[in-house]
Design a binder for this molecule. Structure first.
Ligand code: ADP
Ligand code: MG
Length: 622
């Protein structure tokens, strides 16, 4: 009698025996991943059948649609996972379920044994079929290779070996194609017989398996418990906008409409499908530092991880799926971080997202505006973080300026004034406050556009040396500005000096303010206001100083007081010696208030102001 027809006991490959030993004695709590593994294998088997049937249509001549069926049986204490996929013949059962062909198994095993919480690694690596031994003390696999007459049953209790035997007549009649895996559940794993538990696990891990997964309850008809639509794998032409909206909502767990949808397939060195969405509204936890990305990594339609950092942090509002055809299914955490293939995908997809945002900004400005309103503050983090894409991100950025809202730098540069060589900005808390900031005056008098930056992140990204189209970005509250070559709008406006004795005035004010400021200078920025505070050219911008000071970070540097020599208050300083000190302090305090700060000593400020006003009212020199 040929061996192919009799029952045999065979030993496991040494690695399998070792792995099974670990599985059987596992204390790993998230045993539920066994179901993900079995469903993923079933899905692979359906994929393979689909592929083989292209060349051999007979294999699916029975017309049975592909499906995966889960059948709990409480009385027997068994859970069956059944597919009508490619199936396995005798030798395949022996090879596939008795050895581990994957490379790296040895090193994985040694890590698993060494690690104190070896069990914890199980979930991270995924151990495939053998994970089922975490929940079952006996497993039997009955399988019919598509198109074959023979049906074989593999069974094992996870010890040193397995039995392989022809299936019983009854089993052979039932399994017409594919594989039926029956788990005899351990006493502590019987919760996996509950319909709601099965549904929960399938929903969590396998919802996007493209084949229908049916649950056959103990009573009643089988019903489908997954959505079975790996939508990203379908071609764009067969999908309607509603399909995308629904997919967006189910993938992102959102309720709004996507403001941008990016769906494509990359082929070449690597193939993967990409389906990404930008929401049109802001999620509540956008600025949580711990917030993870929302792009799920799939490998061949099997969910792998939703925290694989597939996009840089400044695109953390993008949600969706990247489904790779090439990556191994058992990707560990380390591999997620260090895998060069994944790094390539990350780079390519990031570039694609940004160019799609660029497209949108040109072709659908309203939708782009929604994204910018909700996430502009996040995208701007990239100007600071992503040196390589700085120029692109600056191009995408939209600003409120003294000329209007949602202005791009391209528009700004197109409307430069004659001789203007820099892009000016001012950082502060609110547009209203910035608009009344005296530092704008001289720019306004020349019709120079100024970006009014009010997001907290603006203080940070602007601290990088930046330029756009060869024009450096320059803060109006930092260092020197020189508008000298840019003509005034109104030719009759007073030009520079008033003829007052500059040096003497500055000396008096310096003397009065002492250590409160680092310097006092005549201002180029002011036309109508008396004074303003600026940071030194090499120092940090005033707004960044303020933010850091609020967080007690970084030593505050003293500002420079700039004064408008044409202003009567400044002129009065040299003319009315008896109030020179009070007036000097007032110049400083006014400037602080106009920057949205409090004077150092508000009570003294109020007294000083009252004193000066009363003197003025009574007309008496003090
Ligand atoms: P992997 O899926 O990574 O290959 P597994 O341990 O999950 O590793 O499965 C081992 C092999 O067993 C699979 O590669 C496949 O050849 C075979 N196999 C497992 N389950 C099935 C099934 N339901 N139908 C057909 N073949 C299967
Ligand atoms: Mg598998």
């Amino acid at each position: 009698m040929p061996t192919e027809t009799v029952a045999e006991h065979k030993p496991f490959q040494a690695e399998v025996a070792e792995l099974l030993h670990l599985m059987v004695h596992s204390v790993y709590s998230e045993t539920e991943i066994f179901l993900r593994e079995l469903i993923s294998n079933a899905s692979d088997a359906l994929d393979k059948l689909r592929y083989e049937a292209i060349a051999a249509p007979d294999l699916t001549a029975d017309g049975e649609p592909p499906r995966i069926r889960i059948v709990p049986d409480k009385k027997a204490g068994t859970l069956a996972v059944i597919d009508n996929g490619i199936g396995m013949d005798r030798q395949e059962l022996i090879d596939n379920l008795g050895t581990i062909a994957r490379s790296g198994t040895k090193s994985f095993l040694s890590r698993l044994t060494e690690a104190k919480d070896g069990a914890g690694l199980i979930g991270q690596f995924g151990v495939g079929f053998y994970a089922a031994f975490m929940v079952a003390d006996r497993i039997s696999v009955t399988s019919r290779r598509a198109g074959a007459a023979e049906v074989w049953t593999w069974s094992s209790s996870g010890g040193n070996g397995f039995d392989i035997a022809p299936a019983s007549d009854e089993d052979a009649r039932r399994v017409t194609r594919g594989t039926e895996i029956v788990l005899h559940l351990k006493p502590d794993a019987t919760k996996y017989l509950e319909a709601y538990e099965i549904e929960r696990i399938v929903g969590a891990y396998s919802d996007n398996i493209q084949f229908p997964i049916e649950l056959k309850p103990e009573e009643g008809e089988p019903r489908q418990i997954n959505s079975a639509s790996a939508l990203w794998q379908r071609s764009k032409s067969e999908l309607k906008p509603e399909d995308y909206t629904q997919a967006y909502r189910s993938i992102a767990g959102a309720f709004d409409d996507p403001a941008m949808t990016l769906h494509y397939r990359a082929e070449g060195r690597q193939s993967y499908a990409v389906l990404l969405f930008a929401p049109s509204t802001k999620p509540f936890d956008l600025f949580e530092p711990m917030r993870k990305g929302r792009v799920k990594l799939y490998v061949r339609r099997v969910f792998i991880a939703d925290d694989a950092d597939l996009l840089p942090a400044y695109l953390r509002f993008i949600a969706g799926v990247i489904d790779s055809e090439d990556l191994p299914l058992n990707l560990s955490r380390e591999m997620l971080q260090n895998n060069p293939q994944l790094a390539q995908i990350r780079k390519a997809v990031t570039g694609r997202v940004i160019s799609e945002l660029e497209n949108l900004s040109e072709k659908e400005p309203e939708n782009f505006a929604k994204i910018w309103d909700a996430f502009g503050a996040v995208i701007k983090e990239g100007i600071w973080e992503d040196f390589e894409r700085r120029e692109k991100l600056l191009t995408l950025s939209r600003f409120t300026t003294t000329s209007g809202e949602k202005r791009s730098l391209k528009q700004y540069v197109e409307s430069l004034k004659p001789n203007q060589t820099e892009i000016y900005y001012l950082v502060g808390d609110s547009v209203e406050r910035l608009k009344s900031n005296p530092k704008l005056e001289s720019a306004t008098a020349r019709g120079i556009e100024v970006l009014l930056l009010t997001d907290p992140v603006d203080a940070f990204w602007t601290s990088a040396p930046l330029d756009f189209g060869g024009k450096p970005l320059k803060s109006l509250s930092q260092g020197d500005v020189d508008f000298g070559l840019i003509p005034m709008l109104d030719d009759n406006a007073p030009k520079q000096s008033s003829g007052a004795d500059e040096a003497a005035t500055i000396a008096v004010i310096k003397d009065a303010l002492g250590e409160k400021v680092s310097d006092v200078r005549a201002s180029q920025r002011l036309t109508t206001s008396a004074s303003c505070l600026v940071a030194g050219g090499a120092g940090r911008d005033r707004q960044l100083e303020r933010l850091l000071a609020q967080q007690n970070r970084g030593a505050a540097t003293k500002p420079i007081l700039e004064i408008n020599l044409r202003h009567p208050l400044v002129a009065a300083i040299t003319q009315q010696k008896h109030v020179a000190r009070d007036l000097s302090l007032l110049l400083l305090e006014q400037a602080q208030i106009l920057d949205g700060e409090l004077p150092e000593d508000p009570a003294a400020f109020a007294n000083r102001l009252n004193g000066l006003v009363l003197r003025g009212v009574s007309g008496q020199p003090g």
